[in-house]
Ligand binder design. Structure first.
Ligand SMILES: [Zn+2]
Length: 127
């Protein structure tokens, strides 16, 4: 995808043509270009902390409490946000909390029964 670096107009132009062959932007006349590659939908984690708590009993498969906190890159905004996720199996509680670290604004807050949450499409149970 080629965009005008001055006004942001989307241009019908190949990204690899030499500068002298570039036509000025039809909107503002600029020859400066901005190239964008499509990002994947995946959430990239820059730094994160994962905590799992177990009772330590024999035969215990899953931790009764899982806590995950870290930086997540969101494709929608291209910005890093603080993400916190708690899976509390003992109290059947699921919490997901995403905050914009620059403004402190809560972007996403979800608190529900863990059973309800696992019924959603976003958290498919792996077999
Ligand atoms: Zn332009």
């Amino acid at each position: 995808m080629v965009k005008c670096n001055t006004c942001g107009s989307l241009l019908d132009e190949l990204p690899n043509i030499p500068l002298e062959e570039r036509l000025p932007c039809p909107s503002c006349g600029s020859k400066s270009r901005l190239y964008e590659k499509e990002l994947n939908a995946e959430v990239k984690v820059r730094s994160s902390l994962k905590l799992k708590a177990r009772h330590g009993q024999p035969g215990e498969v899953k931790p009764f409490l899982e806590l995950q906190t870290g930086d997540s890159l969101f494709k929608e905004t291209g910005e890093w946000n603080k993400r916190e996720k708690i899976e509390d199996r003992e109290n059947d509680r699921y919490v997901e909390h995403i905050v914009d670290p620059r403004t402190g604004e809560i972007l996403h807050h979800c608190e529900e029964s863990l059973r309800d949450h696992q019924g959603h499409g976003s958290a498919k149970r792996k077999k």
